[in-house]
Design a protein around this ligand. Sequence first.
Ligand code: TXA
Ligand code: MG
Length: 355
Amino acid sequence: MLHKMTTVIPVNIHQPDQVVITKAAHILRSGGLVAFPTETVYGLGADGLNETAVLAIFAAKQRPAHDPIILHIANKRWLPRVAQHIPETAHQLMAHFWPGPLTFILPKADAVPMAVTAHGPTVAVRCPNHPLALAFIQAADTPVAAPSANLFSHTSPTTAQHVWADLNGRIDLILDGGATKIGVESTVLDLTTGVPTVRRPGGVTVEALTAVLGRGHLRIQNNIVEDNPEAPLQSPGMLARHYAPNTPLWLYSGSDENVRAAMRAAIAQQPDPALVALLISNEDYPFFADHPGPIGQVGSLENLSGVANQLFKTIRQLDRSPTLLILARNFSPNGIGRALQDRLYRAAAQRFDCT
Ligand code: TXA
Ligand code: MG
């Protein structure tokens, strides 16, 4: 693809500079690619109603065309611009969770190009809870198609530096609004199924959705779809291998005691333990204090939101360090932990059940 000059502009997210917003909106409306922060991760934006611009996202990310993209809107009044047959449940959920990290799957409006939906009849849409993202989408006055701003299947970006590392030379502009707050992507909720179905766990927890919808009124798609292009994909982004660092990551699930023992045993088996990196909790640290290789502490087991905030950043840090292998602990599936499990599962080259 053509080499682009990628500009990075720092922006105060609470008082975005109108000149910068106007420039970014102009680039987007001219068919360009603009990366911007949301409350979850950085998105790679294009004019969601311009098919050529949307196709440029796929090229820049090296994303396969069968993986559909989320449209970002400035407020719920825009929903009819991109979706139709909007059920009462959507209104109920919007009242609770928008703007915020909840993406709906709905029947697409005719105006939405086929590239956005990967030629499917449904569209994904969300309204991000981020002042800079909202100012930018408002100024562009068009739904903004934006997947996470990383190379396909790589770890999602939570800072402008992460975006730069993956996409420098491939996109026009990066709006640098600092680190994102939540650190994992939005929850993808399919509202075209009889009972709403969680296709991807994320920033809005299953517990919070259940509190609004009532018990028995939410389904969770738990199957990890293997990366088989022949198989029909329910939510095509949900491939088994995703979010992956370049260094192989081994994932350990089970009781704290068993996980620590299994990780220590795995370290001992490696020819050079200094080339083994660890992704662990604060509580694990005393058990690995003598480890000679890189250690990434993602926070406390008692604060999984804090872990979510550090997860992708830590994976990227460990991946950049001189290491041949990353050993990572898994987390409990409560609250945001369900999203952590999902991302770690997909990032892993090997998984060990230590229960
Ligand atoms: O938090 C987020 O959702 C971030 C920020 C930038 O908004 N975006 C994001 O986009 O994570 P992406 O493309 O990395 O993930 C979108 C997910 C994928 O799993 C994709 O398959 C699914 O949403 N998806 C998109 N459109 C869909 C559709 N029509 N039907 C089913 N799944 C869809
Ligand atoms: Mg992504």
